[in-house]
Design a protein around this ligand. Structure first.
Ligand code: PBG
Length: 326
């Protein structure tokens, strides 16, 4: 036998030497749910191990992640119903706790990298990502609201804004708004290919942000489409995005591979709440080993072509690495 692939698997050293894909904590972004208050934390039932936390406890959580080498966070606000309205005005209000928190984190931990969410749903009484009128989600009329939100976040010191509403013309409009207000160094991570997925359930539980009426199918993508993701990617590249995102991740590995092959920007993959919850549930039942299945899941997303992974497992992955278990 001339060719024996098993020779490259014969020892741990050789296996590691010939390993094709590696995942580093620096490539992970950890989603955190934040809520206004003090000393408050509440576990998300459908996503065990993840919490909605008040500002003080969020700062503590970030500090403990930094100690593990985990520096990147995406922050999602859980907004009190009394501040919600049809036009999401609280999203750029000067007393907005989310904006204050961004300031505090960047003051205390300037080495952290923060990603924001730019969409109306956490602040909207309709629970939709854009302005809602008589069953219709208005595309262009939503743009000035998103621009105000993005500029307010940039003023607060956000490193990367994350327009997540999956509607048209977002990147060019927001890039222009940021530049006009003097924030040309604020980056944009575009939710380029975000699907109308059934796997966002635990996230919507966490933020109580499910649409009050209808669904998101007129703006999020049809799960059956791959070529359409390329069309979106081309638009975002031309409009000035700095990162392209595919969301969800595990069920869309082919889309990740496609965008990686056909674009020049770093590809981020959002390993979403429902995808993490599935694995957690199986592990809780003793059907899978978390320490083994979790890193295998993340490396598969990396292998498909993701440069960056947003995952609720980021901290646990960092812990396993620090304990030399990976
Ligand atoms: C909405 C938004 C969603 C997620 C991130 N931003 C859900 C939605 O589209 O309703 C989901 C993330 C997850 O499930 O982990 N702006």
């Amino acid at each position: 036998m001339l060719s024996r692939p098993r020779r490259n698997r014969k020892s741990e050293a050789i296996r590691k030497m010939s390993q094709e894909t590696r995942l580093d904590v620096s490539q992970l972004i950890y989603p955190l749910f934040v809520e206004d208050g003090k000393k408050y934390s509440s576990e998300i039932k459908s996503l065990p191990g993840n919490f909605r936390r008040s500002q003080d406890l969020t700062l503590k959580e970030i500090e403990s992640c930094l100690k593990l080498g985990l520096t990147n966070f995406i922050l999602f606000p859980s907004v009190n119903e009394k501040f919600k309205d049809k036009k999401a005005t609280y999203s750029y209000h000067k007393n907005n706790f989310y904006l204050k928190l961004i300031r505090e984190i960047k003051n205390e931990f300037p080495e952290s990298c923060l990603v924001s969410d730019v969409a109306m749903d956490p602040y909207s009484t309709d629970g939709h990502d854009g302005l809602y009128n008589n069953g219709e989600i208005l595309n262009d009329e939503t743009l000035p609201i998103l621009a105000k939100m993005a500029v307010a976040q940039a003023e607060a010191g956000i490193d990367i804004i994350g327009p997540s509403d999956m509607m048209d013309g977002r990147i060019a409009f927001l890039r222009n708004a940021l530049d006009t207000e003097g924030f040309s160094t604020t980056s944009i991570m575009s939710y380029t290919a975000k699907y109308a997925s059934a796997f966002y359930g635990p996230f919507r539980d966490a933020l109580d942000s499910a649409p009050k009426k209808g669904n998101k199918k007129t703006y999020q993508m049809n799960p059956a489409n791959r070529r359409e993701a390329l069309r979106e990617a081309m638009l975002d590249c031309n409009e000035g995005a700095d990162f392209l995102m595919v969301k969800p991740a595990l069920h869309y590995l082919d889309v990740i591979q496609e965008l990686k092959a056909k674009s020049q920007l770093p590809i981020a993959a959002y390993h979403v709440s429902g995808e993490c919850a599935m694995l957690l549930a199986a592990c809780k039942n003793g059907w899978l080993s978390y320490e083994k299945a979790m890193p295998e899941t993340l490396i598969s997303i990396k292998r498909a072509g993701a440069d960056i992974i947003l995952t609720y497992f980021a901290k646990d992955f960092a812990k396993l690495i620090s304990q030399d278990k990976i």
